[in-house]
Design a protein around this ligand. Structure first.
Ligand SMILES: [Zn+2]
Length: 499
């Protein structure tokens, strides 16, 4: 896959690494960055969030905070620098992404900056009118930009500002402004944009497009910052629901000199998805190809695409797909993007690249846990985690089926256990299922622990197992104890309880 087609899709192909969930160890970066370079990426869009080693007054926000240090959360200053060194060695450009308006939970959750929330009870959006806001954002930006000395671009986020114009000062501002919330949004983003331009004149600025979609072109034209903002238009939906606003390209082209687009290879379906639905993400890329072809005459200068791979839906959300689980999807999506479509030949070459049928064969049908007997085994970085998570999904499905089963509802429900009114014959067979599941859970846990320790920090393992395995194991162990106790009673007459 070396014949990269440079055409109407732009010259850049960024892979988004969302470090706010399950940030990989440096040793994994050493494997994955050459790998994504090899499949055709030109750069990485690095969303550091709270893994960035902020210092000085904003130290509590990042990885050098006392809490991060105690819990072993990444990255140290040296590790963060190593990521940039590895990217440079792979000839991948790095674009850091720092949120500057919404999605600021990682900042606003701290007491120090609680007073800057737009809505006191929600830590999502910062208030653009409070006096400390610009100082805080520029302080974060300064550290972020100076940490990346050779960057050409910075991404200022700016998407999904859920709370705007809700505090008393902002409310007043929108009431007295002709253009209400649009004005509030643009004033804030422009202030940040001008700060970057004045202090780092060579830097190009990218902003997510969604908040611009419904702002009238006349308002946009009033803002000089729109001359240097490069909008990244995102849409993660498959063909049957993919839609951009009518007149969007015309509007953006009349205001912005350069545009980007963003698709998704993971983290854009269910908020707790464990393995990406490759068909869904492929369809998203095919929809984008059709969109660009259909509007080729209306699209001005398109810099390229960012293939996003979300790790959490927000800072407080649980994990969605881990990076190694998204690699087959990324490979299929990237190859489709570069080739301008999907074909049998492409499928063959991607399978070869992955080292097996990963991504097209599901192991979910098997009833017992075992490593897949595909020959040869996959070879992509972290494939053992991909396989382990498929086994875990299988187990979780079987566990859910058990607790919702007629057998359990009929012969081992809570009332029956409380009253010791159980049929030994029925619950004996339940015990066998529980013991089997517990045994397989332990095998999968051992497998995942072994390989996840190689890729992730303990901080991630603790959350992963604590979320997806420990509660299930705990419940199964409790069931086992309860069944064994009931069996020891051996079936008794119902006692008359005093109600
Ligand atoms: Zn406000």
């Amino acid at each position: 896959m070396n014949n990269f087609k440079v055409d109407r899709t732009g010259s850049q192909r960024l892979v988004h690494l969302d470090l706010k969930g399950a940030p990989p160890r440096i040793s994994y970066f050493e494997k994955i960055l050459p790998f994504i370079k090899n499949i055709g990426a030109t750069g990485i869009l690095l969303e550091w969030e709270d893994t960035f080693p902020y210092t000085k007054d904003v130290i509590p926000i990042g990885s050098l905070s006392d809490h991060a240090q105690t819990s072993g959360a990444p990255y140290s200053m040296e590790e963060a620098k190593q990521i940039l060194t590895i990217a440079a060695a792979c000839d991948l450009i790095v674009i850091p992404l720092l949120q500057t308006f919404g999605h600021l939970e990682f900042v606003l959750k701290h007491e120090n900056w609680r007073s800057l929330r737009e809505v006191e009870e929600f830590p999502s959006s910062i208030c653009p009118s409070k006096s400390g806001t610009i100082q805080l954002i520029t302080s974060l930006l300064e550290q972020m930009i100076e940490f990346h000395p050779s960057i050409q671009y910075i991404h200022l986020g700016g998407d999904e500002v859920w709370h705007m114009g809700m505090c008393s000062i902002c409310e007043k501002r929108i009431q007295t402004s002709q253009f209400g919330k649009s004005r509030l949004y643009l004033d804030h983003m422009s202030k940040i944009g001008h700060y970057v331009k004045e202090n780092y004149p060579g830097l190009k600025i990218i902003v997510w497009d969604d908040m611009f979609r419904n702002i009238e072109v006349e308002i946009l034209q009033e803002y000089p910052s729109c001359n240097f903002f490069e909008l990244m238009i995102w849409n993660y939906l498959p063909s049957d629901s993919f839609h951009l606003n009518d007149g969007l390209w015309e509007k953006y082209n009349s205001v912005f000199s350069n545009l980007w687009i963003a698709s998704a290879f993971k983290g854009a379906t269910s908020s707790c998805q464990l393995i990406p639905v490759i068909k869904y993400h492929l369809s998203n890329h095919l929809a984008w190809l059709t969109e660009l072809e259909k509007n080729s005459k209306k699209i001005g200068n398109l810099r390229g695409i960012a293939l996003t791979g979300w790790s959490r839906f927000d800072h407080f959300a649980t994990f969605c797909e881990l990076l190694p689980c998204g690699i087959p999807s990324l490979c299929f999506c990237m190859a489709t993007w570069i080739s301008g479509g999907y074909s049998q030949d492409l499928e063959e070459s991607v399978r070869k690249l992955l080292g097996s049928d990963c991504g097209t064969i599901s192991y979910l049908e098997s009833s017992t846990v075992c490593l897949p007997k595909t020959n040869p085994q996959p070879t992509f970085p972290g494939w053992q985690i991909f396989v382990g998570i498929e086994m875990l999904m299988n187990l979780r499905t079987r566990y859910k089926n058990l607790i919702n089963s007629d057998q359990l509802q009929t012969w081992f429900n809570t009332w029956q256990v409380l009253n010791s009114f159980t049929n030994p014959m029925q619950i004996k067979s339940l015990l066998l299922v529980v013991i089997e599941l517990l045994g397989e859970m332990s095998t999968v846990k051992e497998h995942l622990k072994k390989y996840m320790e190689e890729v992730f920090f303990n901080h991630t393992l603790e959350e992963f197992f604590g979320t997806l395995m420990v509660p299930v194991e705990h419940h199964l162990n409790q069931m086992k104890t309860d069944i064994e106790r009931q069996l020891s009673l051996g079936g008794r007459a119902r006692e008359h309880m005093n109600l």
